[in-house]
Write a protein that binds this ligand. Structure first.
Ligand SMILES: Cc1ncc(C[n+]2csc(CCOP(=O)(O)OP(=O)(O)O)c2C)c(N)n1
Length: 279
């Protein structure tokens, strides 16, 4: 079950590629959200490349796994991974946020691109994912439903209505990965709105919940295996991350929540990532 050292270094290379794509897309668009997806790149890479059953061969299969990016503003990394999986043509990535592109600044549902739900208005994704999990079970499908959320999004009351329902209906096929970087749009969470221990909260709502280092590929992989083994409880994986991870001047800086790097910053960031990029 554990990642081999070869696979771990391949995944590290893919996560670096995702980070480079995020910067290239946001820089080309001149706007967007680089910080969040840079922090999520490691756990999203493990999810997409090791667990999520979504690729060009099963795109339209009703019983495939589903994915919802409930913190929709972090979509640059999501689109990069869809390209890495061969679902989105790579050349589309630089049209991110451009007029006419299917890759807008928040995900727009598109069955041909494997985008399972439109998000951006925070708070909705866990509810929709709960519905998908109930539907999959009712149809007898062996699908896992994955949904990301964030510490900032956890301020939304609807998250906790969904958490109540998911536990009530015992959807063991639902896994929520929460990006806990202690940052939201207006600053650090602990200054703006302290949501405290989200693992304890999910547990209190009847979920299986764990706290992990969201940059530790093995910890993410283990947590996803454990979540899949849960039959009757939904799972929450609280991933501790650093916003802007991988780019020295963006790390733990709330200012990089939603600003594009200028040419000089972009060059510096890409140089930093180049040192460890996949060949
Ligand atoms: C319902 C709703 N309210 C407000 C916003 C504006 N908004 C966009 S991102 C964001 C902060 C979300 O926090 P988090 O996801 O933790 O931010 P990050 O870690 O990506 O910086 C807010 C309030 C929104 N998209 N939807």
């Amino acid at each position: 079950m554990a990642l081999s050292s070869e696979r771990r270094s391949e995944l590290q290379g893919i996560a670096t590629q995702v980070r480079r794509d995020i910067l290239t897309m946001v820089h080309a668009a001149g706007c967007g959200h680089p910080g969040g997806p840079l922090g999520m790149a490691d756990f999203m890479t493990v999810l997409f490349c090791e667990h999520l059953r979504l690729d060009p061969t099963c795109l339209h299969a009703p019983d495939r796994d589903r994915f919802i990016l409930s913190n929709g503003h972090t979509c640059a990394g999501y689109y990069s991974l869809l390209a890495i999986k061969g679902i989105i043509p790579r050349e589309e990535l630089v049209r991110f946020r451009k007029f006419g592109s299917p890759l807008q600044g928040h995900p727009h549902r598109n069955p041909d691109l494997g985008i399972d739900f439109s998000t951006g208005s925070l708070g909705n994704g866990v509810s929709v994912a709960t519905g998908m999990a109930i539907a999959a079970r009712a149809n007898g499908w062996d699908s896992q439903i994955y949904c990301t959320s964030s510490d900032g999004e956890s301020e939304e009351g609807q998250i906790w209505e969904a958490a109540t329902s998911a536990a009530h209906y015992g959807v063991g096929n639902l896994t929520v990965l929460v990006d806990f970087n202690d940052v939201q749009i207006d600053g650090h969470m602990h200054d703006v709105m302290n949501v405290r221990d989200l693992a304890q909260k999910y547990e209190a709502f009847g979920w299986h919940a764990v706290r992990i280092d969201g940059h530790d590929l093995d910890a993410v992989d283990d947590a996803l295996h454990e979540a899949k083994a849960e039959r009757y409880r939904p799972s929450a994986i609280i991933c501790r991350t650093v916003i802007g991870k991988g780019v020295s001047f963006m790390e733990d800086q709330p200012g990089w929540h939603g600003v594009a790097p200028n040419d000089e910053q972009y060059a510096q960031a890409m140089a930093e990532l180049g040192e460890t990029a996949a060949s």
